[in-house]
Design a protein around this ligand. Structure first.
Ligand SMILES: [Cu+2]
Length: 141
């Protein structure tokens, strides 16, 4: 029976005031809500692409931590040129994928890279980084 002597408990419960417990719970829930909003929510109403030459709709998207703007509104049935300007060194955003168009675009750091797409029908066409963590959408109306 060696080593089974009663040792002092390593953990003891320190009671906290109910108000403090409630505050921790509320703060935690608020952070979860903020995180869901950040990753899943729709931020703002989207930015309209501007009209360029020969009916081309154009917009420049800055790639820095995310896509800015991330929601791009265009008119359906007309070509769109998206110019991605990547300033974010993270390899995460080195590639942008357009699943509905079966297109992939490599984004060299510090450069602006364009892609032309034709959203033939109204709808929302998502795009995302290579790991599907950074997301945006093309909304054709
Ligand atoms: Cu990524």
């Amino acid at each position: 029976m060696i080593g089974l002597a009663v040792a002092a408990p390593q953990w003891r419960t320190i009671p906290q005031p109910a108000a403090l417990q409630a505050l921790v719970v509320v703060a935690g829930l608020a952070m979860i809500a903020a995180e869901l909003w950040w990753f899943l929510g729709r931020h703002g109403g989207g930015v309209m692409a501007s009209d360029g030459e020969q009916g081309m709709q154009e917009i420049t998207i800055t790639v820095e931590g995310g896509y800015a703007p991330s929601r791009i509104r265009v008119k359906a049935g007309r070509p769109v040129r998206l110019r991605f300007h990547r300033t974010d060194p993270s390899g995460c955003v080195a590639q942008v994928i357009f699943p509905d168009f079966q297109r992939t675009l490599d984004l060299p750091l510090g450069a602006t890279t364009s892609i032309e797409l034709l959203p033939s029908r109204p709808g929302t066409y998502p795009f995302h980084c290579g790991m599907n963590m950074v997301r945006g959408s093309l909304e054709a109306e």
